[in-house]
Design a protein around this ligand. Structure first.
Ligand SMILES: *[C@@H]1O[C@H](CO)[C@@H](O)[C@H](O)[C@H]1NC(C)=O
Ligand SMILES: *[C@@H]1O[C@H](CO)[C@@H](O)[C@H](O)[C@H]1NC(C)=O
Length: 160
């Protein structure tokens, strides 16, 4: 149980880190709502790099095709030289949508389901989370007062 929560926490930290890097440099949703559909996976070892690349290219095709998707970014974990917390997960895929309903519709669309039938059987393990960006503690790029999260932290540290 402890190791499960430690493992979940480490996943969350890895996800948070990736999201921090992604936010702010790319097109934003027109309204207040931004939804992230965030997936990490590990492919079966018996797949060739070419087979892995084919699956990823189909993920790109899917998200390029679906007009509900505002943005899609993927990449491979940089490995233990950078941070040894990936727990075997290899790739991250960040899909941005602009409403919860769009997210539901995207996930249930026939093309998405067809891709899921390719993606999950190719994956030894995969995790997907979906969340609406929360403005209670606005992170960098979503601040309301011009003070980003890390700046607030620095200010707090400086005042100690
Ligand atoms: C790879 O291994 C998995 C798990 O053993 C198996 O289900 C799958 O069919 C294999 N895929 C290929 C392309 O050999
Ligand atoms: C955002 O986070 C706050 C604090 O945890 C919570 O009270 C609120 O319900 C959250 N809002 C959404 C939309 O999840």
């Amino acid at each position: 149980m402890a190791s499960l929560s430690a493992s979940l926490l480490s996943h969350f930290l890895v996800l948070s880190l990736l999201l921090c890097v992604a936010v702010g440099e790319y097109p934003k949703c027109p309204g207040d709502t931004t939804v992230y559909h965030f997936v990490i996976n590990k492919y079966y070892d018996n797949l060739t790099q070419e087979q892995v690349d084919t699956v990823i290219s189909h993920y790109v095709d899917l998200t390029n095709y679906d007009s509900r998707v505002m943005q899609f970014l993927w990449g491979k974990d940089l490995g233990p030289e950078v941070e040894d917390r990936a727990d075997g997960f290899q790739y991250g895929y960040l899909t941005t949508l602009c409403s919860v309903q769009d997210t539901i519709d995207y996930l249930n669309a026939p093309f998405t389901k067809a891709f899921a039938d390719e993606f999950f059987p190719a994956s030894e393990k995969a995790i997907a989370i979906n969340y609406v960006v929360n403005h209670t503690f606005p992170g960098k790029g979503y601040g309301t007062s011009g003070k980003c999260g890390p700046c607030n932290l620095l200010l707090r540290d400086a005042s100690i």
